[in-house]
Design a protein around this ligand. Sequence first.
Ligand code: DP6
Length: 345
Amino acid sequence: TLYFASTTAPVNIATLKYWGKRDKDLNLPTNSSISVTLAQDDLRTLTSVCTGPELTDDKLVLNGKEESLASERTQNCLKDLRQLRKELENSDAKLPKFSEWKLTIVSENNFPTAAGLASSAAGFAALVVAIAKLYQLPQSLSEISKIARKGSGSACRSLFGGYVAWEMGNETDGSDSKAVEVAPMAHWPDMKAAILVVSASKKDTPSTSGMQLTVKTSDLFKERVRDVVPRRFEEMKKSIREKNWPLFAELTMKDSNSFHATCLDTFPPIFYMNDTSKKIIKLCHQINAFYNETVVAYTFDAGPNAVLYYLKENEHKLFAFIYRTFNKVSGWETKFSSDELAQFI
Ligand code: DP6
């Protein structure tokens, strides 16, 4: 007999950035963070899992290719899930012994790797939730998010859609470092997001090692973690609850800039944004100044691609301006159609 379960998990984009760990084995962060996911299935990982007494090995097939499950991060997730299942089996002797059987995991992204988007968050979230479903674990999504967090910090936020907070917690064992919903997607239906793919190539410095170096070498980072982010965390949650768009937009842009400033203050410095990214930032501020209102907010993760947020009613204002400006500024057209292509997803 084989038992099956499957699930999807969305890519999430942080509007208040996670950057820095206080424990690298448990992925415990130095600050709380917030993400916004505006579509459950546009950019997602679909993961199916099965188990049964006849399986001989744990196996992972990712986008049609067999991959190793040996990484410590993945092993930590599997160990925790099997442990929770075991507790369930101990309390009810009639349950099949899933905790002792091997797993086959089949996972697939619906977005091209060439889109330059980090997929590990959606990947770990889908893996952990699919197995939790298969094991019929009674724990809440927030509880399960602590397991996904051990796979990749930002993965804990992909267990929810909409507006999500990852509360950093204080405990050394990570028992209070988990994702919670701030508001569901439907709370603010006017909010929209667009991704400008500036470069599809793999990022320079992986976030895991990048943030370790920032923690070790940046003075600016200390200030960010102590002062700036704790205040912003409360303000951003409030701006979401109250649907205060200008405030949400300002905090989002400022936090992206603050994160990239600490990268620049890392020694040796880390550069994630390129000249095209910087032009997009300038353009966003020009658009907001031109209309004399907040039309658009930008954020950049550990790479040069821009994520833009805007209200539905302002879509034409934003894109009319983007297209017009790209045509006017010499070099943009060729840039976007060749190596540094731009795609509106
Ligand atoms: C810039 O979650 O990829 O996207 O915990 O080491 O796996 P690990 O790092 P990861 O870092 C994400 C960094 C970021 C900001 C964010 O998503 O909050």
